[in-house]
Design a protein around this ligand. Structure first.
Ligand SMILES: Nc1ncnc2c1ncn2[C@@H]1O[C@H](COP(=O)(O)OP(=O)(O)O)[C@@H](O)[C@H]1O
Ligand SMILES: [Mg+2]
Length: 317
């Protein structure tokens, strides 16, 4: 197992003569939930497609759990805004579908039928387990036509995670949902994060490593433990967009009040650093995640030494 769930080294992307991404470098730890924000058209989806392996970058290397990404694999999953569900399959069958494709063949499903039946039962059992994780234990037998947008999107999330990917990409996953459903899905991510923390405490690999594009700054700060901003508003912006913001963000538990006033400062910092086209700065000015992280760790151990408890809210490495 690699130290990083995802590693991107010197990634550049051009569409023909058009320079889109310029020297993107990024390392993500297992169990992190990272949000990406940036002006429309700056290349966020292009970056996700490169990580997914469907659209290789013009230049640069990508590793998922230390393994070079050269095409789509089980290591990297994705959830799109528009549900990728089959209307003629129930929720549990939709979730089990990826496993079926991956772990059985036509030969296995016909000639070795009894063996296949056993496997099928196993896949459906796992599917129910993952539907339970996304709060849909009651909806296993429902068809997409019988589910709300929020439920369908949660099925899509279960569909991605059942494959045990090293990282899951979410491209504006809640953009099509109304506010209440959006909140429900945000809660789900907060719950995932708490499960990650428990896994890490118990020395297990966390299940949920997520890189999520969103256009909502509040959502980014609220659900992620780290926010990344991409834009061209830096001194070498004519070469393409790059990561111009990379900082930790506060961690909320599902039961904490949804108090967005707590992060007004970070939101304003993000707005300026990533979205203000008049504010052209050194591209690395706000790319301080790893420094911020070691400072947080220092403060935390000081606090522990002084009070015997870890009371700082922040990402845990
Ligand atoms: N297949 C393509 N061919 C040519 N240009 C593209 C293609 N896909 C995206 N682009 C352009 O690349 C830029 C980045 O697109 P995209 O990654 O979709 O941005 P974002 O997701 O941040 O809105 C945009 O200017 C877009 O028009
Ligand atoms: Mg996009």
């Amino acid at each position: 197992m690699s130290e990083y769930a995802l590693e991107i080294d010197g990634l550049h992307h051009r569409y023909g003569e058009t320079k889109v991404l310029d020297n993107v470098n990024l390392r993500i730890l297992p169990g992190q939930i990272v949000a990406i924000v940036g002006p429309s058209g700056c290349g966020k989806s292009t970056l996700l497609k490169a990580i997914l392996g469907t659209h290789p970058p013009t230049e640069g290397k990508i590793f998922a759990d230390g393994i070079p990404v050269t095409g789509p694999t089980r290591n990297v999953g994705i959830v799109y805004q528009n549900y990728s569900l089959y209307d003629f399959l129930t929720a549990e069958k939709n979730v089990a579908f990826g496993l079926k494709l991956d772990e059985t063949s036509l030969f296995g499903r016909t000639v070795l039928f009894p063996k296949y039946l056993k496997k099928k039962r196993e896949h459906l059992r796992k599917a129910r387990e993952f539907l339970d994780q996304v709060g849909l234990e009651h909806a296993c037998g429902k068809y997409p036509g019988e589910m709300s947008g929020g439920m369908k999107q949660r099925v899509a999330v279960a569909q991605a995670f059942i494959m045990k990917p090293k990282i899951v990409l979410l491209d504006e996953p809640f953009g099509a949902l109304d506010e209440a459903m959006r909140e429900e899905l945000q809660m789900m991510l907060l719950k995932f994060y708490q499960e990650n923390l428990i896994a890490k405490r118990e020395g297990r690999r966390p299940n949920y490593t997520i890189l999520m594009v969103t256009h909502e700054l509040n959502e980014a700060i609220y659900v992620a433990d780290r926010v990344i901003g991409m834009s061209r508003f830096h001194t070498e912006g004519d070469q393409g967009a790059t990561i111009v913001y990379d900082r930790p963000s506060p961690v909320f538990r599902p039961e904490d009040p949804r108090d967005f006033s707590k992060f007004i400062e970070q939101r304003e910092e993000l707005r300026r650093a990533v979205f203000d086209e008049d504010y052209i700065k050194d591209r690395n000015k706000y790319v301080t995640f790893w420094n911020d992280l070691s400072k947080l760790a220092e403060d935390q151990s000081m606090l522990k030494a002084n009070t015997g408890s870890a009371g700082v809210v922040g990402p845990s490495p």
